[in-house]
Design a protein around this ligand. Structure first.
Ligand code: URA
Length: 209
């Protein structure tokens, strides 16, 4: 079963509290999401392999570490996932960015894919699927299916806030995928919103309420 990593560093908790606050406006919300995504990138990339290189400092030559050219792919789920991409790219600028677009069929309520574009070397990359809100888990599970069907093997899921219901769906359907969160909240309400959550992440990021 995939592990759940709750990245509850004080800086992340502090910023997430302001993100949740209904009084936080679009500009500040977007900036805070970007900052938290960057902070979360630290922990998500903790297992990147290193290799030694020789470096000449002004004082001496020494063997030091650099990242060993591991190829990363970020896959935001449209549209709210886009709000976390730049913060991660500031930490790992060499990552390539794919996109998965899904909408919910109004009759079956299941996610339907309308757009997928991934880096051409899918099989050589480790992927981070990104969606701020892991609510029912339907979209994230479908996005992971979609990139697995195209050859992706090593996948992590990164969200700001999750409901236990969504975590369970990912653990059941994708037991190979570890989940990285800033917070694991209480539950979903009858409208599918995470409680206490932060409202509609896409609307708050883009001011479309
Ligand atoms: N999507 C959101 O943006 N917010 C929620 O609370 C649940 C799903």
């Amino acid at each position: 079963m995939g592990k759940v990593h709750v990245l509850d560093h004080p800086l992340i908790q502090h910023k997430l509290t302001h993100i949740r606050d209904e009084k936080t406006g679009t500009k500040e919300f977007r900036e805070l999401v970007d900052e938290v995504a960057g902070l979360m990138a630290f922990e998500i990339t903790r297992d990147l392999p290193l290799e030694e290189v020789l470096v000449k400092t002004p004082v001496a030559e020494a063997k030091m570490n650099v990242i060993a050219g591991k190829k990363l792919g970020l896959v935001p789920i449209l549209r709210a996932g886009l709000g976390m991409v730049d913060g991660i790219l500031k930490m790992v600028p060499a990552a390539k960015v794919g996109h998965v677009g899904l909408y919910r069929d109004p009759e079956t309520l299941t996610p339907v894919e309308y757009y997928v574009k991934l880096p051409s070397d899918v099989e050589e990359r480790d992927f981070i699927v990104i969606d701020p809100m892991l609510a029912t888990g339907g979209s994230a599970a479908a996005a992971i299916d979609s990139i697995k069907n195209r050859g992706a093997k090593n996948i992590k899921l990164m969200c700001l806030v999750a409901a236990p219901e969504g975590v369970k769906v990912i653990q059941d359907e994708h037991p190979d995928v570890d989940i990285y969160l800033a917070a694991l909240d209480e539950k979903l309400n009858d409208h599918g919103y995470i409680v206490p959550g932060l409202g509609d992440a896409g609307d708050r990021l883009y001011g479309t309420k």
